[in-house]
Design a protein around this ligand. Structure first.
Ligand code: C2E
Ligand code: MG
Ligand code: MG
Length: 424
């Protein structure tokens, strides 16, 4: 760590401390790229710019770019480098250092650091995108500032530290831990919601929906734990468990009179892990089951994913012979053209369209036109969230479309689904 300027002297009666951790995106690895001397020179430019910003900010008559010293003796600052990040601390009386001033200071720092920097000895100018984590309080803490930087959403240029976000992260980590234990203990179980042909109420398929049989909190729904799982790799372990339980149910159904295809929901992370597809494919083969019995549901978010990741996923899906369904159709608006280029065989129309159909005849017309258009394009169509008799009747007027919803049945455990699917 290289420290410049004087350390904050103890005798100064500082009332508040500002700790900033500045990440310089675009200037990383400069020693490796241009040599140690060039890195030192680049750092000096950064230090000079930051010192000028501080001088100007705490002595308003002094414009940035002049060599005046900071005239206010009550304001002290210190600058150091740590693993490519700048650690900047300021101490000042409360009246001179509060949130509004910090915001202004950060904006000035960002605009100064964004100015291109010439690499010494090279015909090269580097552009830098600074991101800043900060902590303003009674204590000086770069750990808090760097924590703020760590949790800042990628699109945010600055983020302040808060106890709330620290506690939220701790409880998320605890929840992840609990989920890991739950997975080992087999607490994640698949429930199955039947898919119905509205013309004769026959069960034509099902969708696996995961539940967490929590030891103290009871049966938890995806909304209670999926977010946390999706922020870590746990979602892939959950998908593995759901896929295995789904194949196990298909094996049992095959032994009975009737076996129907079952859909599995995939999250964005699952699409980047082809093992899930390959392992499920091998498991089906081992038991002599057709890959047509597994349907993979992806959300519209797939349209905004990296094209190479999507292409690898599609290759794996086609190799195993699975079919793809587009879930929650109509809830996002981006990338429709890209979506329609994917080898999707089924579209699951979101309940939103039934809600609109209840509100007006225009809503009913939209649903009717949408379903008819998708059927004409040879998609299989399932309307989700059928709750009422009149909603079913609406779909009966669109021959060829399937339905799913509480009107027929919620998701039920494997045993109940087994008897339900044989009955209809
Ligand atoms: P989804 O895939 O769109 O699943 C349909 C959701 O609608 C399910 O909620 C289902 O219980 C609910 N639903 C079914 N019929 C009706 C109805 O008539 N009215 C209403 N209002 N809702 C109905 P659930 O089980 O809470 O799942 C919510 C979402 O969580 C799913 O939406 C899916 O995106 C996700 N999810 C569920 N299981 C898994 C899983 O194993 N893996 C992944 N990655 N996501 C899953
Ligand atoms: Mg689904
Ligand atoms: Mg859906």
């Amino acid at each position: 760590m290289r420290t410049v300027n004087r350390p904050l002297p103890k005798k100064v009666k500082a009332e508040v401390f500002l700790s900033l951790c500045i990440e310089l995106i675009g200037l990383q690895n400069s020693a490796l790229l241009f040599g140690a001397k060039a890195q030192e020179a680049l750092q000096k430019v950064i230090e000079k710019r930051l010192t000028k910003v501080l001088q100007a900010s705490f002595h308003s008559q002094t414009p940035i770019g002049t060599d005046n010293k900071c005239s206010d003796r009550n304001v002290q600052h210190r600058l150091a480098w740590s693993e490519g990040h700048v650690q900047l601390s300021v101490s000042a009386p409360k009246a001179q250092l509060h949130e509004a001033i910090v915001q202004e200071l950060i904006q000035t720092i960002v605009s100064q650091l964004q100015k291109p920097i010439k690499v010494p000895g090279q015909a090269l100018r580097l552009e830098c995108q600074p991101r800043i984590g900060y902590h303003l309080g009674q204590d000086l803490s770069f750990e808090k500032a760097s924590f703020a930087l760590r949790i800042a959403p990628p699109q945010k240029q600055s983020q302040h530290y808060s106890e709330r976000s620290r506690k939220a992260l701790v409880s998320r980590l605890q929840r992840e831990n609990e989920m890991r234990q739950g997975l080992r203990r087999g607490e994640f179980v698949s429930y199955f919601q039947p898919k119905i042909d509205p013309r004769n109420n026959e069960v034509v398929g099902a969708e696996a929906l995961v539940r967490w049989q929590h030891p103290t909190e009871g049966l938890l729904m995806p909304k209670d734990f999926l977010d946390v799982a999706e922020q870590s790799s746990l979602i892939c372990d959950i998908s593995q468990a759901v896929a295995k339980q789904t194949v196990a149910l298909l094996i049992r159904l095959q032994k009975q009179a009737k076996v129907v295809p079952i859909a599995i929901n995939l999250s964005e992370q699952d699409l980047r892990v082809p093992e899930l597809i390959e392992q499920t494919g091998s498991l089906l083969k081992k038991h002599g089951l057709s890959p047509r019995l597994i349907n993979l549901e992806v959300s519209e978010r797939v349209a905004s994913m990296n094209e190479d990741d999507v292409a690898d996923f599609i290759r794996a899906v086609q190799q195993e012979g699975f079919s793809l369904a587009l879930d929650d159709f109509g809830t996002a608006y981006s990338g429709l053209l890209r979506l329609l280029q994917l080898p999707i065989s089924e579209i699951k129309v979101d309940r939103l369209f039934l809600v609109k159909a209840a509100a007006s005849s225009q809503g009913r017309d939209i649903l009717h036109s949408l379903v008819t258009m998708l059927l004409d394009q040879n998609y299989r169509v399932t309307v989700e969230g059928v709750e009422k008799r009149w909603e079913l009747e609406l779909l009966q007027a669109m021959p060829g479309c399937f339905a799913q919803g509480f009107y027929f049945s919620p998701a039920v455990n494997a045993k109940t689904f087994q008897s339900l699917s044989q009955a209809c």
